[in-house]
Write a protein that binds this ligand. Sequence first.
Ligand code: FES
Length: 514
Amino acid sequence: MPKIKINGKETEVAAGKSVLQACLDNGVFVPHYCWHPGLSPAGNCRMCLVKVSNSRKLEVSCMYPCTEGLEVTTEGPEIADARKDVLEFLLINHPLDCPICDKAGECDLQDFTYAYRQGTSRFVEPKNMRHTKDLGPNIRIWGNRCIACSRCVRFCNEISGTGELALVNRGDRSVVDVFPGVPIDNPLSLNVVDICPVGALIDKNFLYSARVWFAQETETVCASCSRGCSSLLTTLDGVIKRHIARENPDTNKYWMCDEGRLNVRYVSSDKRLKVARGTAGELGAAAQTIVRKHGSGSVAGLVSSYQTIEEIFLFKKLMMALKADSVGVLTQSRGERRTFPGGFVIEADKTPNRAFAEMALGPEAVAQGAGRVVADILAGKVRGLMLLNGIPDFAFPTDLLTAAEKLDFLGVMDIAQSPLSDKAHVLLPGAAWAEKDGTFLNVDRRVQRIRRALPPPGAARPEVELLQRALIELRARERLVSAEGVFREVTKEFAGFSDFDYTDVGVKGVALTS
Ligand code: FES
């Protein structure tokens, strides 16, 4: 643990850390392009120059090791001049594209230029043009904007392990390209857009769709698999514009898969349910009528592991109020769990809350519960079914569709039209993941929050509200509270949840204590 001084302030740093890392860890910002905390250092942009006590020239801080007694200075006229010169060099062939560039507003080149340069250029020669073309199905490069930092190349070598990208040509002709006939098309490809410090690599799905300073950013969690990567949802005028990774060392570090980014499209699908048939009160009353007529166990329930902790908790209460014996969980898995060379994992379970469904309803309800519900309907034991789905584009098992024909009552809460929503006696449109507040328990038993970024369409309501209204109708609950209020009830009933509240869950989540 060498002791060093940063701008005169003594601090202890972990052995092996670079000066740049030590500065950033101690809240001292040093401008940089090519260095990224999730990648190996490359030392090629020269933007991170600082003064160190054991060298007469300025040093590249991302490659300079911390040694005992080192004194680092990060600001001063000499350093500012050097950064200004580096920027002049980087901008020689860079076009003044900011008004039409998707990176504008969150571009490091734009920000550092604003900080260090005076907005004039001494370069009067014709600019050297590089290629603008598609590099893959989701990525397009504007080569003239590329500063050859090689972050994207290192990502493909070190994290996805797919190696599609390379820097081709020399000097001011250097630019990122793919090998001929081999596009960048791996499951993590769009991360290179996140880490491009300028606007060279652009997500074609986001191209020209929003100026980021007009858009809203919501800190949430991806719901596309049980890992629950921390993410940022960009919305504008009530429409999702993009879904990108957010740093969280305990779940996804800095990365996110393309599937998680792109399958948010279902939120604005034409198949979304917007019109209700009946009310939540009528849903509760109709199910209760079945129970009164046919006795305990005549109503069953199916809930999906796409629903939040609060919703599964309330669904369980509803099943208890209706004296249901058969409760099953709808899940969705695809392929195998996949681990990439950089350690990033995509889970096979494509729902975000299976861990809590198992905790609340039991592993048996998750593994065989849906099959048991179908068998009980076919045997005539179950006459009414409450369904709470929410899995996007879910293919309901055919035996469930057949069994549903025999039901006296079918109550459905779902987000999209399906064969079961068509048959429902009471149909309540629910809110998609981006339209509500709540929490998920990920595969590593980490509680993480989702936040409402959009209003639900038409008559759709968050299921936390629908379920509470049904429970109030059954006199199993006194009043309606927020998702946060329901979470407080969860913490009183489930071991491991008792030590924290919504505030502690925050934006990074909390691991269960038991
Ligand atoms: Fe140090 Fe690029 S960040 S040289």
